[in-house]
Design a protein around this ligand. Structure first.
Ligand code: NAD
Ligand code: DAU
Length: 378
């Protein structure tokens, strides 16, 4: 079946991997990347696909109801994969309003535009899909406890039957109640509720997924992994929040993109799927892996840069532990992560070291000129 799909936020970190996967894997689809190009949007993330005939970039704000409606009509859009958002927790603490505008009002505007367009068609919602990408942070924070008092991390068995290391006995499952703590996660939670409300009220065919922390190429260097790789390379201090004891559950970004592909095509309407790889790490342990890997790949004695670790004031409201239970997705749709963390981190560090020009372009701010140069006169 031919499809015409808008991917919002396609110039960002995860969005660029999703766009790349869809453009290359489905040459018969029309892929429209709708992105406002905020500080987090970078068209250089998509240089390898920008000339493909099934790809189109449109610079647009998701809050622009009319613009989105007209684009949907022009391109006869039957699917939306919605990733555009303000995504950085620290920024949301400084400027919550921007997060409410984009993540809540932007999502609502996009829903309204999709509703208006699809309801104007004779077949209405048939074969349509509004897929909203959300985060595990909406579930709040988990404790680091074991019923028998065993010190974490300990080995446990997922309901899928697989063993993995965990820092607590509870996990985020799809039926948990939402308990967001940061303005970022509160705004994402609100957008999730709107998406579900559009299914329940208007019958819009929606799907929501909640994923854990992603890592990999093209991540904006305000986030832990790219920021620290770049700082280690340049021997700059590594600002570890609090005592570095917080736990995050890490997934390689291409595995997330593959999950999105699977769920977009095979997921059940109105369902929620959690996405994660049962891969919990304390921040400080990841940081040590990053230091050893960067040192080794740069030919420095391994661990030489441990003294860059600098403990700083903790993030306000810092969630202690995230851990996703992705059993439902694995069992019902057969998705599995493809990479072990050690492989993924090695690949990621290599990518940032080999793509210093990309990093310099971002840290200097030059990447924002790319759009103007590329689209000048068109
Ligand atoms: P990102 O910050 O790297 O990219 C966001 C993109 O959205 C950018 O290209 C930006 O220009 C665009 N954008 C922002 N506001 C816009 C607007 N008003 N209109 C149009 N485009 C706009 O984000 P990311 O890390 O790739 O995250 C993508 C999505 O996945 C987000 O919805 C986020 O909540 C979710 N998510 C992220 C992670 C993660 O670890 N990064 C994990 C789970 C879920
Ligand atoms: O869990 C999914 C979420 O993961 C996504 O929804 C968010 O969009 C994404 O940004 C990410 O949120 P985190 O806050 O977990 O990611 P971040 O990379 O900002 O931080 C990871 C951990 O590292 C967190 O415990 C805070 C800590 N940290 C982060 C930075 C930037 C530091 O100790 N020092 C730092 O400088």
């Amino acid at each position: 079946m031919k499809r015409s799909i808008i991917i919002t936020g396609g110039a960002g970190f995860i969005g660029s991997h999703v766009v790349r996967l869809f453009v290359n894997k489905y040459p018969e689809y029309r892929i429209i990347n709708l992105d406002k190009l905020t500080y987090a949007g970078n068209l250089a993330n998509l240089r390898d696909v920008e000339a493909k005939p099934n790809y189109r970039f449109v610079k647009m704000d998701i809050c622009d109801f009319e613009g989105v409606f007209n684009l949907m009509q022009e391109e006869q859009v039957d699917g939306i994969i919605h990733l555009a958002a303000e995504s950085h927790v620290d920024r949301s603490i400084k400027d919550p309003f921007t997060f409410a505008r984009t993540n809540v009002m932007g999502t609502l505007s996009l829903l309204q535009a999709a509703k208006a367009y699809w309801e104007s068609l004779p077949e209405k919602y048939e074969d349509k899909r509004f897929y909203h990408i959300s985060t595990d942070e909406v579930y709040g924070a988990l404790q680091m406890t074991h019923p028998e008092g065993i010190e974490p991390p300990f080995t446990t068995k997922a309901s899928s039957g697989k063993h993995h290391l965990a820092y607590g006995e509870k996990f985020f499952t799809e039926d948990l109640k939402y308990q967001p703590h940061s303005p970022y996660s509160a705004a994402k939670a609100s957008s999730d509720h709107f998406v579900r409300a559009f299914h329940d009220t208007f019958g819009m065919p929606t799907i929501v997924t909640n994923c854990s922390n992603n890592y990999g190429p093209y991540q904006f260097p305000e986030k832990l992994i790219p920021l620290f790789i770049n700082n280690i390379r340049h021997r700059k201090p590594l600002p570890v929040y609090g005592r570095g004891e917080n736990v995050r559950d890490w997934l390689y970004v291409e595995d997330h993109a593959r999950a999105i592909d699977t769920i977009f095509h095979k997921g059940t309407i109105a369902e929620t799927y959690n996405i994660g790889g049962f891969n919990e790490w304390k921040n400080i342990d990841i940081i040590k892996v990053l230091i050893n890997t960067v040192d080794r790949l740069l030919g420095r004695p391994e661990g030489e840069d441990m003294d860059l670790i600098t403990y700083v004031t903790d993030r306000a409201g810092h969630d202690l532990r995230y851990a996703i239970d992705s059993t439902k997705l694995q069992r019902e749709l057969g998705w599995e992560p493809s990479l072990q963390f050690e492989e993924g981190i090695e690949k990621t560090v290599r990518w940032y070291l080999e793509n210093q020009a990309w990093m310099d372009n971002v840290t200097s701010g030059d990447y924002q000129k790319y759009y103007e140069d590329m689209y000048a006169g068109r």
